[in-house]
Structures are given as C-alpha cells and as structure tokens.
Design a protein around this ligand. Structure first.
Ligand code: HEC
Length: 142
C-alpha cells in the first residue's frame, strides 16, 4: 500500500474513534452536574426526613435547573416522562413522598447488578435534592 493510502486509513480510523467517543458522551454521560445551592439555607450534615424548602421560590428556581441538568434526560423535560423512567409528577406529596424521593435521589436504583438510576446524594448534597423536590412539587399531578 502507498504511504498516501496508509495515511488515509489512519485518518479514517482517527475520525471513527472520535465519533464513537463523542456519541458515547452524548448518550452515556451520567456524571452528576454540580448545582449551586449557595443562595439556599444550609441544612447540615444529617439528611432530613422531610422537605424543608417546600414553597421556597429560590429553591424552586435552583431545583428546576438542577433537574434539567441531572434528571431530565431520563425522567423527561418538565418532569413529563417519555417512558424510560417513572413520571415524577405523580410522586406522592408530603412526608412519605419525601422519603421515597430521597431514597432514590441518594442511592439511585439498581436491579441484578445493573444501574437503572445513578446515586446523586453524596455528589450533589441534600440542598440540591430538596431543591429538586420543591420544583417537582410545583409540577405535581394527582
Ligand atoms: C439514567 C437515568 C436516570 C437518571 C439520570 C435519573 N433517574 Fe430517577 N429513575 C430512573 C429509573 C429507571 C427509575 C426506576 C427505578 C426502578 O424501577 O427501580 C428511577 C426512579 C426514580 C424515582 C422513584 C420514582 C417512583 O415512582 O418510584 C425518583 C424519585 C427519581 N428517580 C428521582 C430522580 C432524580 C431527582 C434525578 C436527578 C437528580 C433522577 N431520578 C435521575 C432513571 C434515572
């Protein structure tokens, strides 16, 4: 093969390599995106059993953006599920809904060793979790 032919083959392999990597990043990227919670009251190290931010306008605003960056790709824009993951508008309101929400937010969900939802708790922290919950409460449907 001519040197020119080799160069073309090498170039094609490089292009293929790049496109595989970028499509993996587009679809498989589940790295939690940092959430700026500096405008919200601090909640301390212990995870609270119920949402302390319900109705807090700032928390709702922070939560909307945190949801879009971390949850929407599976749970759907505006919390309207496209069917990949449960529709979070129907999560129960109040303390038992809060508990279930936080269980999933902190630990994620796995079955038979497969991760269906990554854990967010340690990475994003409870301020971000309750902010998302506060925004979801505004989208609630019976
Ligand atoms: C990679 C996809 C994915 C991402 C990202 C994701 N989830 Fe999930 N989530 C799921 C799946 C799938 C389930 C159902 C798990 C099961 O059936 O055990 C689920 C379940 C839940 C549940 C329980 C719902 C119910 O009706 O039982 C809550 C609450 C939840 N997710 C919140 C969130 C929040 C908040 C975020 C963002 C911080 C998030 N999820 C990000 C896939 C995801």
């Amino acid at each position: 093969m001519s040197n020119f032919g080799r160069a073309i083959l090498a170039g094609a392999a490089l292009v293929a390599g790049i496109s595989v990597t970028s499509s993996l990043m587009a679809h498989g990227n589940v790295t939690p995106q940092a959430v700026d919670t500096s405008a919200l009251p601090k909640l301390g190290a212990d995870w609270l059993p119920k949402n302390p931010y319900t109705g807090n306008a700032k928390a709702i605003e922070v939560g909307a953006s945190a949801y879009n960056q971390n949850c929407a790709r599976c749970h759907g824009l505006e919390a309207i599920s496209g069917g990949i993951a449960p529709d979070l508008r129907y999560l129960e309101l109040g303390e038992s809904g809060d508990e279930w929400f936080m269980e999933r937010f902190r630990k994620g969900a796995s079955h038979d060793g497969k991760v269906y939802m990554p854990a967010f708790g340690d990475v994003l922290g409870q301020e971000a979790g309750w902010a998302i919950r506060s925004w979801l409460e505004t989208k609630h449907e019976e």
